[in-house]
Every structure is written in C-alpha cells, then in structure tokens.
Design a protein. Structure first.
Ligand SMILES: Nc1ncnc2c1ncn2[C@@H]1O[C@H](COP(=O)(O)OS(=O)(=O)O)[C@@H](OP(=O)(O)O)[C@H]1O
Ligand SMILES: Nc1ncnc2c1ncn2[C@@H]1O[C@H](COP(=O)(O)OP(=O)(O)O)[C@@H](O)[C@H]1O
Length: 220
C-alpha cells in the first residue's frame, strides 16, 4: 500500500506522439549537449548551429546557461529580490557541486521534453560533472543525446574572458570558478570534440551539422 502522506503522480501520455511530431517537422527530436569551460565557445557555436539549421527549415531551440540562470535555475540572490530571502535560500541555485547537479537535472528534464516535442534542442552549459551529463544521457532514449565537447584550452578561455569572470576568479572575488578553483571533468567518449580555440565558430557549427546529418538526425 502506498504511503498516504506521499504525493501520488502518474505519467500522462500525450495525444500526439513524438513520431507524429517528428514526421511533421521532417527531422528527429534530439538533444545536442555542448559542454566546456566558461568562454570555450558553447553559446557561440550552439547559436551558429541554431541559425544554420533554422535557415534550412528545422525546428530548433537553444537552452543557454546564462538565460536559464535567470529563470528556471535563478540564483538565490535573484529569487531573494523577487520573492524574499527564505524563498531564495530554498529554491535558488548557485555554483556549489550540489547546485550544479540540480541545475543540470532540471535542464536535462526540460531538454527531454523538448526532444519529445520533436525539436532539435541545443544546450550550452558548463556542466562540469561527468556523472550529471551521463545521467541526462541515461534518461534519454538511445541516440537522443549527442555530447559535444568544446575543447578550448583554459589559457584561451581566460584570454577571451568576455564577462571578466576569470579576472575576478584569479583575484579571489569569485570562489569555485570552473577551471580555476573548481573541477571540469572532460567527457570520456563524446560524440564530437571541437577544438574551440583553433577554428571559426561557423566551421565548428558545420562539423556539428555534418555529424547530425550523417547519423540520420536531420531526416532525408
Ligand atoms: N563559479 C562559476 N563557475 C562557472 N561559471 C560561473 C561561475 N559563476 C558564474 N558563472 C557564470 O555562469 C555560467 C555557467 O552557468 P552554467 O549553468 O552553465 O553552469 S553549470 O553547468 O551549472 O556548472 C558561466 O557562463 P558561460 O561563460 O556561458 O559558460 C559563467 O558566466
Ligand atoms: N571558435 C571561436 N573562435 C574565436 N572566438 C570565439 C570562438 N567561439 C567563441 N568565441 C568568442 O569567445 C567568447 C566566449 O564565447 P561563448 O560562446 O560566450 O562561450 P561560452 O558559452 O562557452 O561561455 C565570445 O566573445 C565569443 O565571441
């Protein structure tokens, strides 16, 4: 007998199947998961793939770290300003290991729904922990998770430093910054590795699109 104090929820099957949505879209639903250091080029390359595929008529969407951390995974400070201190502490996410894990779990879950909706879903998160990325992969169906490692050397990311965060991390003004005083666990067998310090973002985007095409994700 189920514990009557625990909430009981069941999964609701959609009236329109994923296969029907994919047929209408003319391509598969898939999650293309970009991972790499801050400044490695995840957002830039994901954006270039998005624009190129959109121009080809594909149904795409990008989930980007900076945007998600304004809403779904807002920081404790942001939520405190909107809903009070207690709410911020309870539901806000920072950059400690547990909070990053919860961030990736939430995003993985959203990406899974978008994939089910038949979208070519692109995500751009540092996602520094292998176990967190692997958990998203495991939750998705076979072939639905395409891991793209944006492998840009730390020195290059630090030189780019578009938000001035590396400078702050080096000065001790930010603690637990990935690559400086927090770990980044590189993927062991990603579907694709991009040398993000060496090539033009458009060229890197073409490599991603070629991979999707050659693995049948883009349809006929
Ligand atoms: N401590 C620390 N470590 C790493 N990054 C930090 C940190 N604090 C703030 N930022 C900024 O937040 C962006 C990373 O957010 P993510 O949601 O992608 O991070 S994570 O996947 O939960 O690790 C990251 O954005 P990107 O530069 O786009 O990767 C940073 O701008
Ligand atoms: N392949 C590339 N070559 C040169 N500069 C790049 C490349 N990819 C990104 N950049 C630049 O590096 C900076 C960080 O890129 P961004 O996409 O925001 O990285 P991330 O999303 O990984 O933090 C931006 O100023 C961007 O214009």
């Amino acid at each position: 007998m189920p514990d009557p104090t625990q909430p009981q929820v069941v999964w609701h099957e959609q009236a329109v199947s994923r296969a029907a949505r994919e047929k209408l879209n003319g391509h598969r639903g898939v999650v293309v998961w970009f991972t790499g250091l801050s400044g490695s080029g995840k957002s830039t390359v994901a954006g270039a793939v998005d624009a190129k595929l959109h121009a080809l008529g594909a149904h795409t969407y990008v989930l980007d770290g900076d945007n998600i951390r304004h809403g779904l995974s807002a920081t404790p400070q942001m939520l405190a300003e909107r809903h009070g201190e207690e709410f911020g502490k309870r539901f806000g996410l920072g950059f400690g290991a547990e909070d990053r894990t919860e961030n990736i779990r939430r995003i993985g879950s959203v990406a899974q729904l978008l994939c089910d909706a038949g979208l070519l879903t692109l995500t751009a998160f540092v996602s520094p922990y292998r176990a967190d990325r692997d958990a998203v992969r495991a939750a998705l169906g076979e072939g639905d998770f395409v891991e793209v490692f944006v492998d840009t050397p730390l020195e290059v990311c630090e030189r780019r430093d578009p938000k001035g965060l590396y400078k702050k991390a080096r000065a001790g003004e930010i603690k637990g910054f990935t690559g400086i005083d927090d770990p980044y666990e590189a993927p062991l067998s990603p579907e694709l590795t991009l040398a993000g310090g060496d090539a033009d973002p458009g060229v890197l985007a073409d490599r991603v699109i070629e991979h999707l095409r050659s693995t049948g994700k883009l349809g006929d």
